[in-house]
Design a protein. Sequence first.
Length: 127
Amino acid sequence: MVQSSANVLDRSPFLSATGGVILKITYGYDVQDSNDPLVNIAEAAVGGFSQASVPGAWLVDIFPVRESESQLMANSLLTHATPQVRYVPDWMPGATFKVKAAQWRDAHMQLLNVPFNMVEEQMVSTS
């Protein structure tokens, strides 16, 4: 059976097992089935990172407008060399990166908070 390369790693047993081992070691969580909610959260966060890291895929990669050179020299390079495309409206063509970034941020925050809160609740209930 031939599969497209995009679908080869989608919900493979290897990835689910790897996610299960990481969740067990880190949080003491046992993955229940192939559609486990914590594995789904992890896959969403990692998938967002994978999409975000494709070079040249987003407007901010192609058009990183920065402050003028004189302002950069007068101020700290690290604090003031911010891309100005962050001010592009969400509805503008080519600005889908803003909507996607918000979705990926939410997935990342879920990845951080959901397992942590689960362990915290378990610790409180066993005390």
